[in-house]
Ligand binder design. Structure first.
Ligand code: MN
Ligand code: MN
Length: 307
Protein backbone atom coordinates (compact mmCIF):
# COMPACT_ATOMS: atom_id res chain seq x y z
CA UNK A 1 0.00 0.00 0.00
CA UNK A 2 1.35 3.42 -0.95
CA UNK A 3 2.01 5.79 1.94
CA UNK A 4 1.55 9.49 1.33
CA UNK A 5 3.86 11.96 3.05
CA UNK A 6 2.90 15.61 3.25
CA UNK A 7 3.25 18.88 5.15
CA UNK A 8 0.78 21.52 6.28
CA UNK A 9 -1.63 23.63 4.20
CA UNK A 10 -0.13 26.73 2.50
CA UNK A 11 3.05 24.68 2.18
CA UNK A 12 6.36 26.39 2.92
CA UNK A 13 9.76 25.06 1.87
CA UNK A 14 10.11 22.83 4.94
CA UNK A 15 6.65 21.29 4.46
CA UNK A 16 7.61 20.30 0.90
CA UNK A 17 11.35 19.54 1.14
CA UNK A 18 11.02 17.53 4.33
CA UNK A 19 8.13 15.54 2.85
CA UNK A 20 10.33 14.65 -0.14
CA UNK A 21 13.21 13.73 2.18
CA UNK A 22 10.99 11.60 4.45
CA UNK A 23 9.42 9.79 1.50
CA UNK A 24 12.93 9.09 0.21
CA UNK A 25 14.02 7.69 3.58
CA UNK A 26 10.89 5.53 3.91
CA UNK A 27 11.22 4.23 0.35
CA UNK A 28 14.77 3.16 1.07
CA UNK A 29 13.69 1.28 4.18
CA UNK A 30 11.20 -0.75 2.16
CA UNK A 31 8.02 1.31 2.46
CA UNK A 32 6.44 2.55 -0.74
CA UNK A 33 6.18 6.26 0.06
CA UNK A 34 5.20 9.21 -2.12
CA UNK A 35 5.58 12.90 -1.22
CA UNK A 36 2.60 15.14 -1.97
CA UNK A 37 1.62 18.70 -1.04
CA UNK A 38 -1.63 20.25 0.16
CA UNK A 39 -1.31 23.17 -2.23
CA UNK A 40 0.73 25.08 -4.78
CA UNK A 41 4.39 25.72 -4.05
CA UNK A 42 5.65 29.21 -3.18
CA UNK A 43 8.40 30.76 -5.34
CA UNK A 44 11.13 30.02 -2.79
CA UNK A 45 10.26 26.31 -2.74
CA UNK A 46 10.17 26.17 -6.55
CA UNK A 47 13.61 27.80 -6.60
CA UNK A 48 14.97 25.17 -4.18
CA UNK A 49 13.50 22.18 -6.03
CA UNK A 50 14.78 23.56 -9.32
CA UNK A 51 18.27 24.05 -7.99
CA UNK A 52 18.59 20.37 -7.03
CA UNK A 53 16.64 18.90 -9.94
CA UNK A 54 13.36 17.94 -8.28
CA UNK A 55 9.89 18.36 -9.76
CA UNK A 56 7.03 19.69 -7.64
CA UNK A 57 5.12 16.99 -5.73
CA UNK A 58 1.51 16.44 -6.83
CA UNK A 59 -1.14 18.43 -4.98
CA UNK A 60 -3.45 16.13 -3.01
CA UNK A 61 -6.21 17.16 -0.60
CA UNK A 62 -8.09 13.98 0.25
CA UNK A 63 -6.64 11.02 2.14
CA UNK A 64 -9.59 8.96 3.42
CA UNK A 65 -8.55 5.31 3.76
CA UNK A 66 -4.89 6.08 2.95
CA UNK A 67 -1.76 5.51 5.00
CA UNK A 68 -0.14 8.86 5.68
CA UNK A 69 2.79 10.48 7.46
CA UNK A 70 2.57 14.12 8.54
CA UNK A 71 5.55 16.43 8.27
CA UNK A 72 5.95 19.87 9.83
CA UNK A 73 2.54 19.88 11.56
CA UNK A 74 0.29 17.92 13.89
CA UNK A 75 -2.66 20.35 14.07
CA UNK A 76 -5.93 19.23 12.45
CA UNK A 77 -6.57 22.83 11.33
CA UNK A 78 -3.47 22.59 9.11
CA UNK A 79 -4.44 19.25 7.59
CA UNK A 80 -6.93 18.02 4.98
CA UNK A 81 -10.68 17.92 5.74
CA UNK A 82 -10.76 14.12 5.91
CA UNK A 83 -7.66 13.68 8.08
CA UNK A 84 -9.73 11.72 10.64
CA UNK A 85 -10.52 9.12 7.98
CA UNK A 86 -6.86 8.50 7.13
CA UNK A 87 -4.46 6.12 8.85
CA UNK A 88 -1.70 8.25 10.39
CA UNK A 89 1.40 6.06 10.74
CA UNK A 90 3.93 8.76 11.59
CA UNK A 91 4.61 12.39 12.42
CA UNK A 92 7.87 14.31 11.94
CA UNK A 93 7.63 17.84 13.29
CA UNK A 94 9.20 20.66 15.26
CA UNK A 95 6.11 22.57 16.43
CA UNK A 96 4.05 22.33 19.57
CA UNK A 97 2.11 19.06 19.73
CA UNK A 98 -1.19 19.52 17.91
CA UNK A 99 -4.57 17.82 18.27
CA UNK A 100 -4.34 14.80 15.95
CA UNK A 101 -4.95 11.44 17.59
CA UNK A 102 -4.49 7.90 16.30
CA UNK A 103 -6.10 4.56 17.18
CA UNK A 104 -2.76 2.79 16.65
CA UNK A 105 0.82 3.36 17.84
CA UNK A 106 2.54 5.95 15.69
CA UNK A 107 6.17 6.67 14.74
CA UNK A 108 6.59 10.10 16.25
CA UNK A 109 9.63 12.32 15.84
CA UNK A 110 8.81 15.73 17.31
CA UNK A 111 11.80 17.72 18.48
CA UNK A 112 12.18 21.31 19.72
CA UNK A 113 14.47 22.38 16.89
CA UNK A 114 14.28 24.98 14.11
CA UNK A 115 13.27 22.78 11.19
CA UNK A 116 11.74 19.39 10.32
CA UNK A 117 14.75 18.66 8.10
CA UNK A 118 16.98 18.80 11.19
CA UNK A 119 14.90 15.98 12.71
CA UNK A 120 15.09 14.13 9.39
CA UNK A 121 18.87 14.33 9.32
CA UNK A 122 18.87 12.39 12.61
CA UNK A 123 16.31 9.92 11.26
CA UNK A 124 18.58 9.11 8.31
CA UNK A 125 21.42 8.56 10.79
CA UNK A 126 19.17 6.43 13.04
CA UNK A 127 18.16 4.16 10.14
CA UNK A 128 21.72 4.09 8.78
CA UNK A 129 20.63 5.39 5.38
CA UNK A 130 22.97 7.60 3.37
CA UNK A 131 21.44 10.93 2.32
CA UNK A 132 21.60 11.44 -1.47
CA UNK A 133 23.31 14.65 -2.63
CA UNK A 134 20.16 16.23 -4.07
CA UNK A 135 18.06 15.36 -1.02
CA UNK A 136 20.76 16.86 1.22
CA UNK A 137 20.51 20.05 -0.84
CA UNK A 138 16.80 20.54 -0.30
CA UNK A 139 17.08 19.61 3.39
CA UNK A 140 19.82 22.21 3.80
CA UNK A 141 17.69 24.91 2.12
CA UNK A 142 14.76 23.91 4.27
CA UNK A 143 16.85 24.64 7.38
CA UNK A 144 18.13 27.94 5.94
CA UNK A 145 14.52 28.94 5.22
CA UNK A 146 12.97 27.94 8.56
CA UNK A 147 15.80 29.40 10.66
CA UNK A 148 16.10 32.55 8.50
CA UNK A 149 19.76 31.69 7.83
CA UNK A 150 20.29 30.72 11.50
CA UNK A 151 18.96 34.07 12.78
CA UNK A 152 15.55 32.99 14.07
CA UNK A 153 14.91 32.53 17.79
CA UNK A 154 13.92 28.95 16.90
CA UNK A 155 17.40 28.05 15.60
CA UNK A 156 19.34 25.56 17.76
CA UNK A 157 22.86 24.13 17.69
CA UNK A 158 21.34 20.94 16.26
CA UNK A 159 20.07 22.92 13.26
CA UNK A 160 23.49 24.43 12.65
CA UNK A 161 25.21 21.04 12.95
CA UNK A 162 22.69 19.40 10.62
CA UNK A 163 23.06 22.20 8.07
CA UNK A 164 26.84 21.88 8.14
CA UNK A 165 26.71 18.13 7.58
CA UNK A 166 24.11 18.48 4.81
CA UNK A 167 26.12 21.25 3.12
CA UNK A 168 29.10 18.90 2.90
CA UNK A 169 27.00 16.19 1.27
CA UNK A 170 25.33 18.68 -1.10
CA UNK A 171 28.63 20.37 -2.00
CA UNK A 172 27.46 23.81 -0.85
CA UNK A 173 30.14 26.03 0.64
CA UNK A 174 28.61 29.50 1.04
CA UNK A 175 25.45 29.12 3.10
CA UNK A 176 25.03 32.87 3.71
CA UNK A 177 24.83 33.69 0.02
CA UNK A 178 22.70 30.63 -0.74
CA UNK A 179 20.30 31.75 2.00
CA UNK A 180 20.21 35.33 0.74
CA UNK A 181 19.53 34.11 -2.79
CA UNK A 182 16.54 32.17 -1.45
CA UNK A 183 15.20 35.11 0.52
CA UNK A 184 15.51 37.40 -2.49
CA UNK A 185 13.34 34.98 -4.45
CA UNK A 186 10.95 34.93 -1.51
CA UNK A 187 10.86 38.76 -1.42
CA UNK A 188 9.78 39.13 -5.03
CA UNK A 189 6.08 39.94 -4.92
CA UNK A 190 5.51 41.85 -8.16
CA UNK A 191 2.41 40.65 -9.98
CA UNK A 192 1.27 38.38 -7.15
CA UNK A 193 -2.42 38.74 -6.18
CA UNK A 194 -2.88 40.18 -2.69
CA UNK A 195 -4.79 37.16 -1.36
CA UNK A 196 -2.02 34.89 -2.55
CA UNK A 197 0.49 36.97 -0.55
CA UNK A 198 -1.69 36.80 2.56
CA UNK A 199 -2.05 33.01 2.21
CA UNK A 200 1.55 32.33 1.19
CA UNK A 201 2.61 31.35 4.71
CA UNK A 202 -0.66 31.36 6.64
CA UNK A 203 -1.97 29.24 9.50
CA UNK A 204 -5.20 29.15 11.50
CA UNK A 205 -4.96 28.52 15.22
CA UNK A 206 -7.67 27.72 17.77
CA UNK A 207 -7.34 29.86 20.88
CA UNK A 208 -9.99 29.86 23.60
CA UNK A 209 -12.60 28.67 21.10
CA UNK A 210 -11.70 31.41 18.61
CA UNK A 211 -10.04 31.08 15.22
CA UNK A 212 -6.94 33.25 14.95
CA UNK A 213 -5.25 33.39 11.55
CA UNK A 214 -1.59 34.34 11.44
CA UNK A 215 0.26 34.90 8.18
CA UNK A 216 3.86 35.88 7.57
CA UNK A 217 5.78 37.41 4.70
CA UNK A 218 9.56 37.42 5.07
CA UNK A 219 11.46 39.95 2.98
CA UNK A 220 15.01 41.27 2.78
CA UNK A 221 13.70 44.85 3.09
CA UNK A 222 10.31 45.94 4.41
CA UNK A 223 10.09 48.80 1.92
CA UNK A 224 9.53 46.15 -0.78
CA UNK A 225 6.01 45.84 0.67
CA UNK A 226 5.21 49.57 0.83
CA UNK A 227 3.03 49.63 -2.25
CA UNK A 228 0.93 46.60 -1.27
CA UNK A 229 0.65 47.23 2.45
CA UNK A 230 -2.71 49.04 2.31
CA UNK A 231 -4.18 46.25 0.16
CA UNK A 232 -2.81 43.60 2.52
CA UNK A 233 -4.46 45.38 5.48
CA UNK A 234 -7.77 45.47 3.61
CA UNK A 235 -7.53 41.82 2.59
CA UNK A 236 -6.90 40.48 6.10
CA UNK A 237 -10.07 42.32 7.19
CA UNK A 238 -11.95 40.48 4.43
CA UNK A 239 -10.35 37.15 5.36
CA UNK A 240 -11.35 37.67 9.00
CA UNK A 241 -15.00 38.23 8.04
CA UNK A 242 -15.12 35.36 5.52
CA UNK A 243 -13.96 32.73 7.98
CA UNK A 244 -15.80 34.09 11.02
CA UNK A 245 -12.39 34.56 12.59
CA UNK A 246 -11.68 36.51 15.76
CA UNK A 247 -8.48 37.92 14.27
CA UNK A 248 -6.20 37.77 11.29
CA UNK A 249 -2.66 38.98 11.94
CA UNK A 250 -0.09 39.37 9.19
CA UNK A 251 3.60 39.57 10.07
CA UNK A 252 5.74 41.51 7.63
CA UNK A 253 9.18 40.34 8.66
CA UNK A 254 12.36 42.22 7.77
CA UNK A 255 15.08 39.58 7.96
CA UNK A 256 17.89 42.16 7.88
CA UNK A 257 16.46 44.52 10.52
CA UNK A 258 15.35 41.43 12.44
CA UNK A 259 11.84 42.44 13.39
CA UNK A 260 8.27 42.36 12.14
CA UNK A 261 5.55 44.83 11.43
CA UNK A 262 2.24 43.22 12.40
CA UNK A 263 -0.89 44.16 10.45
CA UNK A 264 -3.96 43.60 12.62
CA UNK A 265 -7.58 42.77 11.77
CA UNK A 266 -9.33 41.87 15.01
CA UNK A 267 -12.58 41.90 16.98
CA UNK A 268 -10.46 42.93 19.93
CA UNK A 269 -7.09 44.52 19.11
CA UNK A 270 -6.28 44.74 22.82
CA UNK A 271 -5.07 41.12 22.56
CA UNK A 272 -2.05 42.49 20.70
CA UNK A 273 -1.30 45.01 23.42
CA UNK A 274 -1.69 42.33 26.09
CA UNK A 275 0.46 39.81 24.25
CA UNK A 276 3.27 42.08 23.10
CA UNK A 277 3.13 45.05 25.48
CA UNK A 278 2.84 47.49 22.62
CA UNK A 279 -0.02 49.71 21.53
CA UNK A 280 -0.95 49.30 17.85
CA UNK A 281 -1.69 52.44 15.85
CA UNK A 282 -3.60 52.46 12.55
CA UNK A 283 -4.05 48.69 12.72
CA UNK A 284 -0.35 47.92 12.89
CA UNK A 285 2.57 47.68 15.26
CA UNK A 286 6.36 47.19 14.91
CA UNK A 287 7.69 44.29 16.97
CA UNK A 288 11.45 44.55 17.23
CA UNK A 289 13.30 41.22 17.32
CA UNK A 290 10.17 39.23 16.49
CA UNK A 291 10.82 36.87 13.56
CA UNK A 292 9.26 33.58 14.62
CA UNK A 293 5.49 33.06 14.57
CA UNK A 294 5.88 29.76 16.36
CA UNK A 295 8.11 30.91 19.19
CA UNK A 296 7.43 34.63 19.58
CA UNK A 297 3.86 35.21 18.36
CA UNK A 298 1.70 32.13 19.00
CA UNK A 299 2.73 31.49 22.66
CA UNK A 300 2.07 35.03 24.00
CA UNK A 301 -1.28 35.13 22.18
CA UNK A 302 -2.26 31.74 23.59
CA UNK A 303 -1.43 33.04 27.05
CA UNK A 304 -3.78 36.00 26.57
CA UNK A 305 -6.63 33.74 25.42
CA UNK A 306 -6.01 31.29 28.27
CA UNK A 307 -6.74 34.35 30.39
MN1 MN B 1 6.34 24.95 7.89
MN1 MN C 1 9.21 23.81 9.59
Amino acid sequence: MTMYVFGHKSPDSDAVCSAIALANLKSRTGVEAVPVAQGKLNPETSFILNRYGFTAPDVMNSFAGQQIMLVDFSDKAQGPEDLDKADIVGIVDHHKLGDVTTPNPVECWIWPVGCSSTVLKSMYDFYGVEIPKDVAGIMLCSILSDTVIFKSATCTDRDKAAAEALAKIAGETDLQSLGMEMFKVKSAIAGTPVRELVMRDYKDFKMGGNTIGIGQLEVVDLSLLDEVKADLAKDIQALKTEGGRHSVLLLLTDIIKEGSEMLIASDDASIVTKAFGQQPADGKVWLSGVMSRKKQVVPPLEKVFAG
